[in-house]
Design a binder for this molecule. Structure first.
Ligand code: C5P
Length: 307
């Protein structure tokens, strides 16, 4: 019997970094990291349709600036397809439709989410049965944050961020996310870190206190231990991010923090109601896009196809 493959949709989450400890840049141009990732309920959906060639199309939420995302071979989902095909010694085809809700260049690993989703969707569409270890290796080749987008949850990231291990997380955490209209380039923020901290230690600051706080499930404990070494460089490049953190904290957030290399700012709240109240307050101060999301959520996973 010949089975005709039908479309496959994979949902992949945004990440935030609860702890981002950065060490001195290495000879390979990357910084050694000790980071704790959390996947939050703000997701891109990627649908792989059967097709005769490989293409990428975008359908974006109205807060996402689609203009800056390439759809050619440089698109990270497109590169994921090429890499997965090479691994299996063939050229993979598919019409990849990416429904983007994760802001672009926002420090939320939206491009990495799409790459992870493409790996999982094309693996299923072509029934390739790639092992989890191989998928993680291919993901690491695509970008430092891509392996985490596969596994989701809450995880410790080491190396340049690509070595991921799940950690114990007893909480349900509520976040308010405030993206900026204009994204920031990750390499530019890392280069600014190098300028501001020429004596950064070779070994990045560890995350033990934060890992303890995660085990308590208590928002106040977690709030005290949130940490991001890229926050100072990001604020130095975009002073309004510092003002936004102050505003959110004065409106009642337990803590505000730049997410990854920015410019999205995330605020930890006590509960869903608290997050909704804070989001309303921030919108009233003039922020056009304010999102509420909880964590941790699952990594890249199949959902019923809908496009
Ligand atoms: O791995 P990824 O492609 O996401 O990295 C993008 C850029 O971010 C790198 O080229 C590098 O400039 C910077 N980076 C870094 N150290 C890391 C991760 C990323 O310097 N651990």
């Amino acid at each position: 019997m010949i089975t005709v493959p039908t479309a496959v949709t994979v949902r992949a989450p945004a990440k935030i970094n609860l702890h981002l400890g950065v060490g001195a840049v290495g000879a390979d141009g990357f910084h050694p990291l000790t980071t704790v990732y959390q996947a939050v309920g703000l997701c891109d959906d990627l649908t792989a349709h059967p097709a005769d060639d490989l293409s990428v199309e975008l359908a974006t939420a109205d807060w996402v600036d689609a203009g800056v995302i390439p759809t050619d071979a440089s698109n990270l989902a497109h590169r994921a397809a090429t890499l997965l095909g090479r691994h299996h010694g063939r050229e993979l085809t598919g019409r990849l439709v990416v429904e983007k809700a994760i802001p672009v260049a926002g420090g939320l690993a939206g491009g990495s989410a799409d790459a992870a989703a493409a790996l999982v969707a094309l693996d299923r569409l072509h029934d390739l049965r790639t092992s989890d270890d191989d998928l993680l290796r291919l993901a690491a080749d695509l970008g430092s944050d891509v392996p985490f987008a596969l596994i989701g949850g809450t995880a410790l990231g080491t190396g340049r961020g690509e070595l991921v291990d799940p950690v114990t997380d007893a909480g349900t955490w509520w976040w308010v996310l405030v993206p900026s209209l204009e994204g920031m380039s990750t390499p530019v923020v890392y280069a600014h870190f190098d300028r501001l901290f020429p004596d950064a230690p070779a070994t990045p600051p560890g995350a033990d206190e934060l890992l303890d706080a995660l085990r308590t499930g208590q928002p106040l404990s977690l709030a005290r231990t949130l940490h991001n070494d890229l926050q100072d460089p990001a604020i130095d490049l975009r002073p309004e991010l510092g003002l936004l953190i102050e505003r959110g904290e004065s409106e009642g957030a337990l803590r505000g923090l730049v997410s990854g290399s920015g410019p999205t700012v995330v605020f930890l709240c006590e509960s869903a109601d608290h997050a909704r109240d804070l989001a309303g307050a921030l919108m009233r101060t003039g922020h056009p896009v304010v999102l509420v999301a909880n964590g941790a959520v699952a990594g890249s996973h199949l959902v019923p196809s809908h496009v």
